[in-house]
Ligand binder design. Structure first.
Ligand code: 13P
Length: 251
């Protein structure tokens, strides 16, 4: 049984006071949820203040990115140790917005994944095709390339610590959700790919979140699908009422 994993990616939203206020509201709203993993991923300046709010609660802290070097002359970058020292336990890697706007390649994602695992952060690795790729019938090939690229050289025992987020780029921020059936089909395909890299046993244990216009209205139907283990939520994670309802999905 894979434990449900609901994560909020706040992207480039919320000042420090706003982030602290949202985290406080959310902590209260989900205080009685026990059987699910809940993670929020604010921006870097908000991590340490939000860590104070979520400490000792069932809400864990994630970052939206990190660099693969330990320290040094990498202006503007943030290391795994810095994140950990701020109270971070999870990190999103290879989000499509980082691939699209900041030139992140599979190779960079792979290096970041290795560093996150070495340091003990819980990685959430994003994969997903663009609309043109889906329309050209290449969705599975693109997603397979993202998965194989990210997991290159990662052992089975480390792979088990990774969560994959399947985020079709055409569904992000557009209001267009993949249908539960389409999303589930891709999740099942990702599991087949993981099975061929590792084993069916390992593939059956790795959690796969869906991301892309997931919200409080569609979460129940998404979570009914057998291969959907959670969600990586953008817009709908920016309000405590909608994200807490997502966390409390009924399947
Ligand atoms: P939206 O939920 O706003 O579509 O964003 C999804 C996403 O990119 C989460 O990482």
């Amino acid at each position: 049984m894979r434990r449900p994993f609901l994560a909020g990616n706040w992207k480039m939203n919320k000042t420090v006071p706003e982030a602290v206020a949202l985290a406080k509201e959310l902590v209260q709203a989900v205080a009685n949820v026990a059987d699910r993993d809940i993670v929020i991923c604010p921006t870097f300046p908000c991590l340490a203040p939000v860590a104070e709010v979520v400490r000792g609660t069932n809400v864990k802290l994630g970052a939206q990115n990190m660099y693969f070097e330990d320290s040094g002359a990498y202006t503007g970058e943030i290391s795994a140790d810095m994140l950990i020292s701020a109270g971070v336990e999870f990190v999103i890697l290879g989000h499509s917005e980082r691939r699209e706007y900041f030139g992140e390649t599979n190779q960079i994602v792979n290096k970041k994944l290795k560093k996150a695992l070495e340091k003990g952060l819980g990685p959430i690795v994003c994969v997903g095709e663009k609309l043109v790729e889906r329309e050209a019938g290449k969705a599975e090939a693109v997603v397979e390339d993202h998965v194989r690229g990210a997991f290159e050289g990662i052992t089975a025992s480390d792979a088990l610590k990774v969560t994959i987020a399947y985020e079709p780029v055409w569904a992000i921020g557009t209001g267009k959700t993949a249908t539960p059936d389409d999303a589930n089909a891709m999740h099942a395909f990702i599991r087949t790919v993981l099975g061929s890299i590792y084993s069916a046993d390992v593939a059956g244990k790795i959690r796969i979140q869906y991301g892309g216009s997931a919200n409080d209205k569609n979460i129940d139907d998404l979570m009914k699908m057998p291969d959907i283990d959670g969600a990586l939520v953008g817009g709908a994670s920016l309000k405590a009422d909608s994200f807490s309802r997502i966390v409390k999905f009924v399947s």
